[in-house]
Write a protein that binds this ligand. Structure first.
Ligand code: ZN
Length: 194
């Protein structure tokens, strides 16, 4: 089933390359003020296995505007980092999904492997079940997921929708790309109107 990640090293390189592409596009677009963007990456300290990744792959790619009076920071979407969580997005999704999936007994094993304790996983469950479905992103994006994903089984239903139709590496890449808009500041804002 889905409880294994694609072969580690290659998979992380693919994700890193996607982040580099997205970042390069953002850099070319420049700052809204017209200033040039300079690299101002910050080093994350992902827990678990990901802590063993080479240093450049643990960097969240980010920029700073070079114009005096602006100096705005711009952080493009990422397929590796989900918000401010210290765990890589793929792990947050995978471990949470396995909790609901057909092999819950694997969860203990997975948590041990990725270094997430019960409390952390419980917080992720709350995120997927209560917070995520209320976001503006999800209200718009859910229509583009075929088959229609059931909120009650998030994020397992999302994993199933993407990995059920693609080879593992491709499925994960597409899913992470799909979720990447929520990885930037404001991307997870809850819609309050209506
Ligand atoms: Zn600027």
């Amino acid at each position: 089933m889905y409880h294994e990640l694609p072969r580690a090293a290659r998979f992380w390189s693919v994700l890193f390359a996607i982040d580099q592409d997205v970042a390069e596009t953002a850099r070319k677009n420049a700052c809204p003020c017209g200033g040039r963007l300079h690299s101002a990456n910050y080093l994350r300290k992902p827990r678990g296995t990901a802590a063993l990744l080479p240093e450049h792959q643990r960097q969240r790619l980010s920029f700073c505007c070079d114009r005096d009076g602006c100096r705005k920071r711009l952080t493009p979407p990422s397929v590796r980092f989900l918000g401010r969580k210290v765990y890589l997005g793929v792990i947050v999704i995978l471990v949470s999904a396995m909790r609901q999936g057909p092999s819950p007994r694997r969860v203990r094993e997975l948590s041990a492997h990725f270094g997430a304790d019960e409390r952390t996983i419980a917080r992720w469950q709350v995120f997927w079940r209560e917070h995520f479905p209320q976001t503006h992103f999800w209200k718009i994006a859910r229509a583009s997921v075929i088959p229609l994903v059931e909120i009650v089984s998030l994020p397992y239903s999302l994993v199933d929708a993407f990995l059920g139709r693609h080879r593992r590496c491709r499925g994960w890449t597409l899913l992470l790309r799909f979720l990447s808009p929520i990885t930037v500041p404001g991307g997870l804002q809850i819609k309050v109107s209506q």
